[in-house]
Design a protein around this ligand. Structure first.
Ligand SMILES: CC(C)(COP(=O)(O)OP(=O)(O)OC[C@H]1O[C@@H](n2cnc3c(N)ncnc32)[C@H](O)[C@@H]1OP(=O)(O)O)[C@@H](O)C(=O)NCCC(=O)NCCS
Length: 184
């Protein structure tokens, strides 16, 4: 296929399933969050590089909330697809589910969004193929990614404004209700 030709969402859809072995567990016997993050990064890279046909790097990770613990012996599946493409960036949506093979119970542990950037031979961001949206779900996810991008921009601007207008009096008032002790 031509490198720049638009590609469907289904072209790069990827599912990675891995058995949660004892060495992945923390002291409490549950699977380490870092193991799951590493798997998410792998599936995000795979999906982004399939879509772009290029080497990709992770730029940003959005909303990783571990809603339910994952146990040793469960099968964890990461279902990933390209939700949005910009110029060189791609947002990969990842749904994580964990299955107990004996009981058949399936848990949706989280959904998160990785922003990946495709790099060219010169190690600079390179243009990725446009995305062909084949279903209403594809369109909804694309639009949601645009909203999320805007919310992040607004959030960053608000944080910047807050830091620039840092008021000592207001800060002290805010901290009165918090569980902290100021020593400086
Ligand atoms: C990602 C990287 C190439 C961006 O480089 P840059 O000089 O800022 O390039 P640009 O400003 O052209 O940004 C490239 C794209 O990244 C996007 N981007 C940059 N920072 C971002 C952020 N914090 N969140 C989301 N997207 C971001 C830009 O919006 C742009 O998207 P577009 O091309 O679709 O419009 C560079 O920051 C990098 O190499 N980072 C290290 C990545 C890495 O090592 N990851 C961990 C290991 S894989």
């Amino acid at each position: 296929m031509e490198r720049d030709a638009a590609r469907t969402v289904s072209f790069s859809k990827t599912v990675i399933t891995e058995l949660m072995i004892p060495s992945y567990a923390n002291f409490g016997g549950k699977i380490h969050g870092g193991i799951l993050l590493s798997l998410m990064d792998k599936v995000a890279f795979t999906t982004a590089s399939k879509h772009s046909g290029a080497y990709c790097v992770t730029v940003s990770v959005d909303t990783v909330d571990f809603l339910q613990p994952v146990e040793v012996g469960e099968l964890v599946s990461m279902k990933a697809s390209v939700n949005y493409v910009g110029n060189s960036s791609m947002v990969i949506g990842i749904k994580v589910i964990s299955e107990n093979v004996k009981t058949g119970v399936v848990k949706h542990t989280n959904t998160c969004y990785f922003t990946m950037v495709a790099k060219g031979e010169d190690d600079k961001p390179t243009r990725v193929p446009a995305l062909i949206l084949e279903s209403k779900t594809d369109v909804r996810r694309f639009v949601e990614a645009i909203f999320r991008k805007k919310l992040k921009k607004d959030h960053d601007a608000s944080m910047k404004e807050m830091k620039e207008n840092w008021d000592k009096g207001e800060m002290a008032k805010l901290l009165e209700k918090e569980r902290c002790i100021i020593q400086s």
